[in-house]
Structure formats: structure tokens, C-alpha cells
Write a protein that binds this ligand. Structure first.
Ligand SMILES: NC(=O)c1ccc[n+]([C@@H]2O[C@H](COP(=O)([O-])OP(=O)(O)OC[C@H]3O[C@@H](n4cnc5c(N)ncnc54)[C@H](O)[C@@H]3O)[C@@H](O)[C@H]2O)c1
Ligand SMILES: [Zn+2]
Length: 353
């Protein structure tokens, strides 16, 4: 293991996020620091299982844990109530008790589903997040949001439930296909636009590989700050939706063939262009975001019409009855929340197109 960074998240159930290279093979020891050896159920997907489950199981067994493994087919389509039910039945069949532990090994889909299973199995058992995508490392593994999708929409059932530990082995990101890696880059760029011009500059160059650990650590630290201020998403945490209102609409219009990261990339560019047109943001903010997206091989435009996007955005779960809260950039490194009547959203979308 090389030098590790530890970030303490001081939420209602505090936990450490440990970031570095080579952690996977020492995961057992790290988990034993927070939990006496017990039964450990690894929950993962079919792709990650092939790549990393054996190493994790070996490391856990070496530290005295008794392991079992539940895996499901990789992909968002599995993040549903049937997989959740199978996972819960699996835990019960293995006679997991409240003193045992679940280990979520994978991307955001695994983390969200396993986290939800941990929250509801026996009314809550401990779980550890081991993110293996960039998106999960910088975003979904930290902050305690868990969820599954319903037929009516994404993430419609879930709860807040923090892990007891997050172990991010940056080495596991080496096997990510470029497209999935760049989905995570879009979320990392989001933290730069929201809070940190220097971080934005690093990612905007499009050459994140050498700086991967420090970029992930900075993103996690920024998410920590937001989560500590507003763990249950009633105020400041909404800032993390920068680019997401239009981004979600794009994902929805495409029938989810356009990935979340790509939707968010276009959403950030569009809302920044709208902010520029309305005289809200500094003149170079939108062009800098667009240039960064180009460098990171992410899109900044969509073929959907403003009307299509508006209609899709009306279904957004973050909408309150007659209003919607937008996240608007003032400059790179500073954004703010603005509540607008839902009808006004079309103006922003038109200005962004
Ligand atoms: N809880 C939160 O706060 C939060 C935040 C953002 C996103 N999310 C959720 O996260 C999900 C998206 O996460 P994601 O982008 O990680 O998707 P994902 O978990 O589906 O992973 C993407 C693909 O990469 C594969 N993969 C994972 N790790 C790999 C590795 N190291 N090498 C090779 N392939 C690997 C997976 O098998 C999958 O096919 C969505 O469901 C979204 O709703 C949750
Ligand atoms: Zn996102």
C-alpha cells in the first residue's frame, strides 16, 4: 500500500473514507479495525465479481472474517426491487445477524443497492463501501444515500444510511472502460465548478491519470463538507445537483441510453450558458466548462428540443409542487441555489441550447 489519505465524515454516524492504492488486498485488516471478525457478505455485480471478489474474500478471510458472496448482473437495470429482494433472502439464508457486516464492492449501482439492503435487513446492519468506479469513489460511496429504481423512475425508493467505512483503492479504477471513467470525470468536474477553481483546473486539462488520488481525495473532502452541513438534503446538499436537472432530463429523453455522467456533462454546460445569458455568471465561466468537457471527451450539447427536455424535467423527483431549485454558477468555484417557478425552467433550457 502506498501513502493513504483518510477523511473523517462527521455525519450522524461518523465514518472514515480511506483512499490510496493497494487497499483491496488489505481490506480485511482495515475492516477489522472497525468491526470484530464476523460473517461478511460481499455484495457485488457480475463484472466486478470476476475482477476483484476473490481478492477481497481472501483478504477478509485472512483477517478472520467468514465470507459469503451475492452477485447480480451488472448494470442499472439490476438496481430494482427484485434484486433487493434476492439480496435480502440471500442474507437471511446465510443467517446473517445484526452483528455481521455487508461489504458493497462495485460502482454506484452496487453501493446504492447493497446500502439499501444493509439499511433494511434486520432494521439495519453495518456495511462497508468499496467503490470501484470513479463516480462511486467521488460521489455515491460517500454521503449515505441509498436507493433502488422503481418502474416509475430512478432512485424512487431508498433511505439515508451511512457506511461504517469506505475503502477506495484507486488501483481498481485501472480496469474501467474509458467511457465509464469519463462519467466519473463529469462528477469530479462538478465539484470543481461548485467549490474549487484549482481542482477544476487540474481536471479541465483532461490529464487526470497522474493526479487521480489527490483529485478523488479533494472531491471526497468537498462532499464531506456538504454532507456535514446538510446530511439529509434539505438545503446546501442541493448544490450537488449542479448540472443534474437538465442532465436527468437528457437521460430520461434518451430512455437511459445516455449515461448519467454524459447527461450531467451536457447539463452543466447548458445551465452555465443560461447563467451567462442571464448575466448571472462571469463571462468566461461557460466557455471554460465547455473547453474542460471537450478535453475530458465529454459532450456539451444535446439534440433534444427545449420542449422535450422541459417535459422530462417536470417529472424530476427534486421538484417541489410549483417550484424547482436550480444550481447556477457565478464563477468557476462558486455556485448558488435559486428557487424558480417551474414554468420558468423552459427559459433556462432555451438559453442553454
Ligand atoms: N448514492 C449516491 O449518492 C449516488 C450518487 C451518484 C450516483 N448514484 C448512483 O450510482 C449509479 C451509477 O454508478 P456507476 O456509474 O458507478 O455505475 P455502475 O455501478 O453500473 O458501474 C458502471 C459499470 O462499470 C462496471 N465496473 C465497476 N467497477 C469496475 C472496474 N473497476 N473495472 C471495470 N468495470 C467496472 C460495472 O460492472 C458496470 O457495468 C446510479 O445508479 C446512480 O443513481 C448514487
Ligand atoms: Zn450525479
Amino acid at each position: 500500500m502506498t501513502g493513504l489519505t483518510t477523511i473523517r465524515v462527521d455525519s450522524s454516524r461518523p465514518y472514515d473514507v480511506i483512499i490510496g492504492e493497494g487497499i483491496l488486498d488489505n481490506a480485511g485488516k482495515k475492516i477489522a479495525d472497525v468491526k470484530n471478525p464476523c460473517k461478511a457478505a460481499i455484495i457485488t455485480d457480475s463484472t466486478v465479481r470476476e475482477l476483484y471478489a476473490d481478492r477481497l474474500a481472501f483478504s477478509l478471510q485472512s483477517a478472520g472474517f467468514d465470507t459469503c458472496l451475492f452477485s447480480f448482473e451488472s448494470g442499472e437495470a439490476s438496481k430494482n426491487i427484485d434484486t433487493l429482494s434476492d439480496a435480502l433472502e440471500f442474507l437471511a439464508s446465510r443467517k446473517m445477524t445484526r452483528s455481521d457486516i455487508i461489504i458493497a464492492l462495485g460502482g454506484g449501482v452496487v453501493g446504492d443497492l447493497a446500502g439499501f439492503a444493509a439499511a433494511v435487513y434486520l432494521r439495519g446492519i453495518d456495511f462497508v463501501q468499496i467503490p470501484t468506479t470513479l463516480l462511486a469513489a467521488v460521489d455515491s460511496s460517500v454521503g449515505g444515500k441509498t436507493a433502488i429504481d422503481l418502474k416509475n423512475g430512478k432512485n424512487l425508493a431508498g433511505c439515508f444510511y451511512s457506511p461504517v467505512l469506505v475503502l477506495c483503492d484507486c488501483k481498481t479504477l485501472d480496469t474501467l472502460p474509458d467511457e465509464i471513467l469519463s462519467d466519473g470525470t463529469a462528477e469530479a468536474l462538478k465539484y470543481g465548478v461548485l467549490f474549487d477553481g484549482e481542482l477544476f483546473g487540474k481536471i479541465a486539462s483532461g490529464k487526470v491519470a497522474g493526479d487521480r488520488e489527490s483529485i478523488i481525495a479533494r472531491c471526497v473532502d468537498l462532499k464531506r463538507m456538504v454532507v456535514e452541513t446538510d446530511e439529509f438534503d434539505r438545503g446546501a446538499r442541493q448544490l450537488l445537483n449542479f448540472g443534474h436537472t437538465i442532465g436527468h432530463a437528457i437521460e430520461k429523453c434518451s430512455g437511459f441510453t445516455i449515461s448519467h455522467g454524459r447527461g450531467v456533462a451536457v447539463g452543466m454546460a447548458m445551465i452555465a450558458k443560461a447563467a451567462a445569458q442571464k448575466g448571472i455568471s462571469e463571462y468566461d465561466c461557460a466557455p471554460r466548462i465547455i473547453s474542460a468537457l471537450n478535453n475530458c471527451r465529454l459532450p456539451h450539447k444535446t439534440d433534444y428540443t427545449a420542449k422535450q427536455l422541459f417535459e422530462a424535467a417536470l417529472l424530476d423527483k427534486k421538484r417541489q409542487s410549483g417550484s424547482i431549485t436550480l444550481v447556477l454558477p457565478r464563477r468557476i468555484g462558486e455556485c448558488f441555489l435559486k428557487k424558480i417557478p417551474v414554468e420558468e425552467l423552459i427559459e433556462y433550457i432555451e438559453a442553454g441550447i
